[in-house]
Design a protein around this ligand. Structure first.
Ligand code: ADP
Length: 207
C-alpha cells in the first residue's frame, strides 16, 4: 500500500506515474510516495524481518556463530531455535544448550537475538513465532542436497522460505558432531567453539 504526499499534505495517487515518485530535484518538492513494499523505485518503509535459525547446536560452534553474525546484518530479529527431538549421542540437554547460548549472547552483548527450544516440527514452530524466514547455514556442496530437500518440503508444507548463508571457509569443516568427537578424545577445541562453550564442554567431560 502506498500513500502520496505533496509537501506535508496527503494527495491522490498521480495517474501518470505508476512508480509514484515525481520530485523536482531543484526544490526537492513534488509528489512523494511512501509505500509498504509495493512499488519498486518508490520510497519504501522497510519491513521488519524475523528469522528463526533451527538446529541441534550440540554444542554451538564458531561456524554457527559466523552464520548468526552474518544473518544479523540482514534480519531485524533472529531466534536460535533448538529442536528437542530425541537425538542419540547428545552431549548437552536442550535446556543446557539454551543456557549456554543465552550466556554467550549476554557476554557478547548481541542484540536482536534470542534462544529457545521447541518440540515438534520446525515449520509449526516457525508459524507459532510468526517467523518470516528460516535461516540455515551451508558449509559445502554436501550440505546443499539435504538442505535443498528440507527447504522445499518446508515451503510446500507451510509456505515458508528458507534463506541460506554460507559460512567462512575457515569453518567449512566444523560440525557439532566433530566437536563432540574431538572433545571425547580430549583434543583442543579453542579455535572451533566459543570460550564459554569450551569451558562447559570441559566441565561436562570431567563428570
Ligand atoms: P541440524 O541437526 O539441524 O543440522 P546443526 O546444529 O548441526 O543442526 O546445524 C544447524 C544449522 O547450522 C544447519 O543449517 C547447518 O548446516 C548449519 N551449520 C552447522 N555447522 C556449520 C558451520 N560450521 N558453518 C555454517 N553452518 C553450519
Amino acid at each position: 500500500m502506498c500513500r502520496f504526499f505533496h509537501g506535508e499534505s496527503e494527495v491522490n495517487p498521480p495517474l501518470d506515474n505508476p512508480a509514484g515518485i515525481s520530485i523536482d530535484p531543484l526544490s526537492n518538492r513534488g509528489i512523494m510516495a511512501v509505500c509498504l513494499f509495493e512499488s519498486k523505485g518508490a520510497l519504501m518503509t522497510k519491513k521488519y524481518v524475523r528469522a528463526i535459525f533451527p538446529g541441534s547446536f550440540d554444542p554451538i560452534t564458531n561456524g554457527h556463530l559466523d552464520v548468526i553474525n552474518r544473518g544479523m546484518k540482514i534480519f531485524d530479529e533472529l531466534i536460535i531455535a533448538i529442536g528437542r527431538s530425541p537425538v542419540k549421542n547428545q552431549l548437552f540437554t536442550p535446556e543446557e544448550r539454551v543456557e549456554m547460548i543465552a550466556e554467550l549472547i549476554h557476554q557478547r552483548q548481541m542484540t536482536g537475538i534470542s534462544v529457545e527450544s521447541f518440540d515438534g516440527l520446525t515449520v509449526e514452530y516457525a508459524t507459532k513465532k510468526k517467523a518470516d524466514v528460516i535461516l540455515r547455514g551451508l558449509r559445502s556442496l554436501t550440505d546443499v542436497q539435504y538442505e535443498f530437500q528440507l527447504a522445499m518440503t518446508n515451503r510446500a508444507v507451510a509456505g515458508i522460505e528458507t534463506v541460506f548463508i554460507m559460512t567462512s571457509e575457515q569453518y567449512g569443516f566444523t560440525s557439532s558432531t566433530l566437536i563432540r568427537e574431538i572433545a571425547s578424545l580430549g583434543g583442543d577445541l579453542s579455535n572451533l567453539i566459543p570460550k564459554n562453550i569450551y569451558e562447559r564442554v570441559k566441565q561436562h567431560l570431567k563428570k
